[in-house]
Design a protein. Structure first.
Length: 120
């Protein structure tokens, strides 16, 4: 790839709208929270290009994206979405907590009071 088909990592993350500001993207990269092709990157000026795979945390979700294109500006969301292919695995569905049955009936409350489970 030529140098023109590469861009700074923090700038690409900002253009692709993963972070609201470029300085926030740079802070995340500097903190070592971004991996490029499975290698941890700590410099916001690291160059990335089409074909590179990025892994980073966004909230509680680990995002995995493959760079498809390099943008020329930070445009609207549909334009930003065309810059990458989302490889993030779907979230694992957690089983629902068992239901307790709701509010106890009057008899059940009296029984709990006799057993000493309720305060009066």
């Amino acid at each position: 790839m030529s140098e023109q088909s590469k861009i700074r990592l923090d700038k690409w993350l900002w253009q692709a709208r993963f972070f609201k500001t470029r300085s926030l993207a740079a802070r995340i990269v500097s903190g070592g929270q971004v991996r490029v092709n499975a290698a941890r990157v700590a410099k916001p000026a690291a160059l990335v290009g089409p074909g590179d795979t990025l892994t980073f945390a966004k909230g509680q979700v680990i995002r995995v994206v493959r760079i498809v294109a390099i943008g020329t500006r930070r445009g609207p969301a549909p334009e930003a979405a065309a810059l990458y292919e989302d490889l993030t695995p779907p979230p694992a569905s957690e089983p629902d907590a068992p239901r307790e049955g709701g509010r106890p009936s009057g008899k059940a409350r009296r029984d709990m009071a006799k057993a000493g489970l309720l305060r009066r």
